[in-house]
Design a protein around this ligand. Structure first.
Ligand SMILES: Nc1ncnc2c1ncn2[C@@H]1O[C@H](COP(=O)(O)OP(=O)(O)OP(=O)(O)O)[C@@H](O)[C@H]1O
Length: 245
């Protein structure tokens, strides 16, 4: 792949039409390098989640350029976006695990789109990923038998199982206490780094900012700090976090 996993240039986005049109992203440019963990932070309503959904090919672009894993999303068809989504690992605030499937089956499900892998291989790979996140003893448990932090570690295993080039995470620690939240993000960072997987993570959680390679701060639809890999390392959490939302 040429270029970085994420390359945004002059992205502008609005919800609504005519008199109801509301611009929520204004001329956003941003890069994420391979193996880099970038935390996107800023006040509530500043446009972080909207930006993440554009990068995740979950909604159509309006203006500007957004290249993700080498694919230009401006003007891309729904089919192209669906194809790209399969190459991205997603982690959400609530783990989104299926309650009637074991941890291993939840992780294996993420591999079903890979037609080359048969069920036994998928389950074996899922078991390896669960061991990698420290859940060797929990593979056959249902989500309801796991703690919040363990469930989110299953979500990490699931996101990484297909060896994606990019992980997108939206408030992955929101439902966790300080210790489990920090552990989950540290684990995610170390596994992703060792695989060269880039991470773009949206959070309000000041407790995890120090785990980032770089902190990007948004305000009112604009990136106000940290847009490119050359930018300064994370500053003091109090400054970088922006106002809580
Ligand atoms: N589907 C939608 N339709 C209309 N307006 C929306 C929609 N989604 C978000 N918005 C508005 O766009 C603005 C940016 O929202 P967004 O969720 O991207 O911000 P955010 O920084 O992620 O906020 P938070 O930290 O609270 O999740 C907000 O004012 C929000 O109300």
């Amino acid at each position: 792949m040429l270029g970085d996993p994420v390359e945004l240039d002059g992205v502008t986005f609005a919800y609504g039409d005519g008199a109801l049109r509301r611009e929520v992203l204004r001329d956003v440019s941003l890069r994420v390098a391979p193996g880099e963990i970038v935390i996107l932070t800023g006040p509530s309503g500043s446009g972080k989640t909207t930006l993440l959904t554009l990068v995740g090919a979950l909604r159509a672009m309006q203006a500007g350029s957004c290249r993700v894993l080498g694919q230009e999303l401006s003007g891309a068809s729904e089919a192209v976006r669906v194809g790209l989504r399969r190459q991205i690992g997603f982690i959400f605030q609530s783990h989104n695990l299926l309650g009637f499937l074991t941890a291993r089956q939840n992780v294996a499900m993420a591999l079903e789109l890979d037609g080359a892998m048969h069920e036994p291989e998928r389950l074996a790979r899922a078991g390896e990923m669960l061991r990698a996140v420290g859940l060797a003893e929990e593979v056959e448990k249902l989500p309801g038998q796991l703690s919040g932090g363990q469930r989110q570690r299953v979500a990490v295993a699931r996101a990484l199982a297909g060896s994606p080039g990019l992980i997108l995470a939206d408030e992955p620690t929101a439902a966790l206490d300080r210790v489990s939240g920090g552990e989950v993000v540290r684990l995610l960072r170390d596994l992703a780094r060792s695989r060269g997987t880039a991470i773009l993570l949206v959070t309000h959680d000041p407790r995890i900012l120090d785990l980032a390679d770089r902190i990007v701060t948004m305000e009112d639809g604009r990136v106000v700090a940290g847009a490119s890999p050359g930018d300064a390392l994370p500053g003091p959490a109090g400054n970088a976090a922006g106002a809580p939302g």
